[in-house]
Design a protein around this ligand. Structure first.
Ligand code: ZN
Length: 878
């Protein structure tokens, strides 16, 4: 057991730093058995600091201190204290130079924070608090300094030496070593520092900015990945253009670099001028990466690039403000992805993530506001709430202000705060000042956790021709927060007439030219709206485009939902109606209220499948049944096996009834041999693979043959993986095993593909998967030190395989607890992320909930538990 509680950090305790650092001069001597870091800081007292600080305090973590000098004079041990996590230098002058030499061991760094080694190269990860693992420093984002970095290493092993900014000097050293010096002209917090040393090949391109400057674009990868950079490079150029056109943001350095590394805790990192990416988020070719990976890469490349303004030029004052950069940047990358593909499909994907995973987080033990007010370990707060809900909050500001005023607000924000470390409140203030709108109540979105529930009721007065809508909002209690105040919610509404068209929304009787869609602004606990001049009772289309991250309770009939599926003018709500219909049918089966699957659902899917005149990208999404995770989220007390069983029955029934349509859909959407990333081409691949998987789900022999042929002949990974997945989840044992073996033989040398091979097995519906998972952990390609491998086996199994993970005997939970404990010693960040499925124990019925809780308690009792896992486990057992 952990002997002491980790300390909780509170926003209310924020103080400006006592000392500022104007300049950082770093020199890295990189060796095989460690690295020596020489750091020279130009320090001065912060005039804004209230009171006097006699001592300078610097943060550190796992450092071996070699020497400390002040203004060139080495200090005796009586002048400073090395407290492990702090270096205290006593009685310092107002202005001085401080030189600190530390020794670190990157080759033994399995936490992947600070400086570490990944497939033979040196690389860094400093956000949030990794810089303190490199040298002693005031490791907080409101200390911004200019960095100059000299990297020295063996020339043959590490021909490429990189850091932030521009390379200003290079040369040869004794013993076959060399050095490169980098200078970053922009002051930055140390979490944006980066260094790379390795044997890498370079893919180069150029981009001419709106003011005519030529930027040198460089993607560095290991030689074997040289052919997998094109998509990232194209995405980068498109992002740069888009940010100029949509936000007026131009790139500011002469070089922009991306490096791919195999071992990385997260997706990617926006270090100034030197983004470091998880290989799986940058490398792609049609043969090795599926459509979803291509789209993810485009979005992440854009996201990291956009951070150059929203995050780097304007950064966060403290980590409570994390959503300032993340929420805004996710909003920006979502706009980019929408513009590059299908806006409706992008919106469906984002809303699905919100409603499935963020709502669950917001209703669980780790629920926190977009701007939290306390944390133990900041790494635990890179959450769906900070990122995705944070983006939804910015999106609501966009909806309330409209595109022009929003752009005015973002211009003002960047101009006013360029070079500063600021707060979410500064962001909202800029939006207010530019638009003249009062966002006072709106700020509650940043302060109050929990998902608002809107209860909507209506009635129609046929004599007066008035349709009345009442909307009540309630926000559930969450840890540390009760009796919340009503929030300011933009509620997009349409009303459909019997012919399926949008009716004018007249808020008063003689309103002329009333629009057919309105954004109602909810500010009170209860509102009543009247719509005039209606000759028939309309069908309401609520919260169009998911205009706010809220739950909606409205007593839709199945007839109304089918009507909306066919007619809603808002594509998003057409999809949403289909989801609600399917949820209603599945829930009725779970409750035992209905014997069989409602024929109307079958017919609704039949018309989707057989009408090629519909938007196929939308159809491809509408055909996806609500996920098991979403059904869990909607349940009061989830019976995992019952949910899986009911959903499977619906799938069976649909596939049996629509066999002919599915085969026809499969043929109609055949591969034409070209690989394009247009919404149409992506939709065609999605449709043919959905058809295939449904047919194999019911054991269709003919489809099994089709899958085998597709598996062999596929010209791209989307189709090859589609066929493999369908086979893996089918009853055709020999064909399944043959395909899995074949696939591994063919791709065993490509880690990104092997990860997909692991995932498809970890998500398998076959009974006995848990035993198979244990076998995968013993497979030669599995690597405990590589987060991607851990995620693709353990993460996928516990997070995406409801039926196999939630075994009534609790074996899935015990398995996960064991792996979490094992990982906690080597990589606490990954362990803390992996444990999260267990924290949802309150959501599950018996015997599941109780056994999940037991497994969680066994993690709590582990010897020497990390701060990361401690925080999650303790908060969820409270
Ligand atoms: Zn980000």
């Amino acid at each position: 057991m952990r002997t002491s509680q980790p300390r909780t950090i509170y926003l209310s305790e924020y103080r400006v730093p006592a000392f500022l650092v104007d300049h950082v001069d770093l020199r890295f001597e990189l060796f095989e058995n460690g690295a020596r870091v020489h750091s020279t800081l130009t320090v001065r007292r912060n005039p804004e600091y209230p009171g006097v600080a006699e001592h300078l305090e610097l943060d550190g973590d796992s450092l071996k201190l070699e020497s400390v000098s002040l203004d060139g004079i080495e200090l005796g041990a009586d002048r400073y204290q090395d407290q492990g996590d702090k270096l205290v230098v006593q009685a310092v002058p107002d202005k001085f130079g401080l030189n600190v030499v530390t020794w670190i061991e990157p080759q033994n760094n399995t936490r992947l924070e600070g400086l570490y080694k990944s497939s033979g190269m040196f690389c860094t990860q400093c956000e949030a608090e990794g810089f303190r693992c490199i040298t002693f420093f005031p490791d907080r984002p409101d200390v911004m300094a200019r960095f100059r970095t000299r990297v020295e290493a063996d020339r043959e092993k590490y021909p490429v030496l990189l850091s932030n900014g521009n390379d200003v000097d290079r040369g040869e050293l004794a013993d076959g070593r060399h050095f490169v010096t980098w200078e970053d002209p922009f002051p930055k917090p140390c979490y944006l520092f980066a260094l790379v040393a390795g044997d890498l090949v370079l893919k180069q391109d150029t981009f001419t900015t709106c003011s005519g400057r030529d930027i040198d674009l460089r993607i560095y990868v290991e030689a074997r990945n040289a052919a997998k950079c094109d998509h990232a490079m194209d995405s980068l150029k498109r992002s740069m253009r888009w940010d100029e056109e949509v936000y007026g943001r131009e790139y500011d350095l002469d070089i922009f670099m991306i490096v791919a590394v195999d071992d990385f805790n997260m997706g990617a990192m926006e270090n100034k001028g030197l983004n470091i990416f998880n290989s799986s988020c940058v490398l792609a070719s049609p043969e090795t990466a599926a459509d979803t990976a291509f789209q993810r890469i485009e979005a992440i490349v854009a996201h990291e690039y956009f951070h150059n303004w929203s995050g780097n030029r304007v950064t966060c004052r403290d980590w409570f403000q994390l959503s300032l950069k993340e929420g805004f940047t996710v909003f920006r990358d979502a706009g980019f992805s929408a513009d590059m593909g299908s806006p409706t499909v992008k919106r469906i994907e984002d809303a699905t993530l919100m409603r499935t995973a963020q709502f669950a987080e917001d209703a669980g033990p780790m629920s926190h506001p977009v701007r939290p007010s306390s944390y133990m370990e900041i790494s635990n707060f890179y959450t769906l709430t900070i990122y995705e809900k944070g983006a939804e909050v910015v999106r609501m500001i966009h909806t309330l202000l409209g595109p022009e005023l929003f752009r005015k607000g973002s211009d003002l924000y960047f101009e006013r705060h360029d070079g500063q470390a600021v707060t979410t409140d500064d962001f909202v203030k800029a939006m207010e000042d530019a638009s003249g709108r009062d966002l006072g109540q709106f700020r509650l979105w940043y302060e109050q956790a929990g998902t608002p529930l809107l209860t909507v009721r209506d009635d129609f007065d046929s004599e007066a021709g008035i349709y009345r809508l009442t909307i009540e909002q309630a926000i559930p209690d969450s840890p540390g927060q009760t009796s919340k105040n009503p929030q300011h919610i933009p509620f997009a509404l349409g009303l459909l007439g019997a012919d399926g068209t949008d009716l004018p929304l007249r808020l008063f009787a003689d309103e002329n030219d009333a629009p057919s869609e309105r954004v109602l602004e909810l500010t009170a606990a209860r509102h009543e709206f009247e719509f005039h001049g209606l000759s028939e009772r309309p069908v309401p289309s609520l919260v169009r485009g998911f205009s706010a991250p809220v739950r909606v309770d409205y007593p839709w009939t199945r007839e109304q939902l089918i009507f909306l599926m066919n007619h809603d003018g808002d594509g998003f709500n057409r999809w949403d109606a289909g989801q609600r219909l399917a949820v209603d049918v599945i829930q009725a089966l779970i409750r035992g209220d209905e014997e069989g699957v409602d024929e109307r659902l079958v017919e609704a899917y039949r018309s989707l499948l057989s009408d090629p005149s519909l938007d196929q990208a939308l159809v491809a999404k509408m055909l996806q049944l609500p996920s098991e995770a979403y059904l869990v989220e909607l349940a009061d007390s989830a019976d995992a096996q019952a949910i899986h069983g009911a959903r499977t029955r619906v799938l069976d029934c649909l596939a049996q009834a629509l066999r002919g349509e599915l085969l026809e859909c499969y043929r109609r959407n055949g591969d034409d041999g070209s690989y394009q990333l247009t919404p149409e081409a992506i939709a065609a691949r999605s449709l043919r693979n959905t058809a295939l998987s449904w047919l194999l789900h019911i054991g269709d022999r003919e489809a099994c043959g089709l899958a085998q042929t597709q598996f062999q002949d596929a010209g791209n990974m989307t189709d090859r993986m589609g066929a493999l997945r369908a086979l893996v989840n089918s009853c055709f044992v020999t064909e399944r095993e043959a395909a899995l073996n074949d696939f591994y033989q063919c791709w065993q040398d490509d880690p990104q593909v092997v990860e997909q091979w692991f995932s498809v097995q970890a998500a398998s519906l076959q009974a006995g998967t848990l035993n198979h998972i244990r076998e995968l952990l013993a497979h030669p390609a599995f690597d405990w030190k590589n987060p991607n491998k851990v995620r693709s086996v353990i993460g996928v199994f516990a997070g995406q395989n409801l039926a196999q993970f939630h075994q009534a005997d609790g074996s899935g939970y015990i398995f996960l607890a064991e792996q979490v404990c094992r990982l906690d010693d080597s990589n606490p960040q990954i362990a803390a992320r992996l444990v999260s499925p267990l924290t949802r124990w309150r959501k599950f019925a018996e015997p599941y909930g109780g056994k999940m809780k037991q497994a969680l308690a066994s993690v709590r009792d582990k010897e020497g538990l990390s701060k990361d896992v401690f925080e999650i486990v303790h908060k969820s057992l409270k």
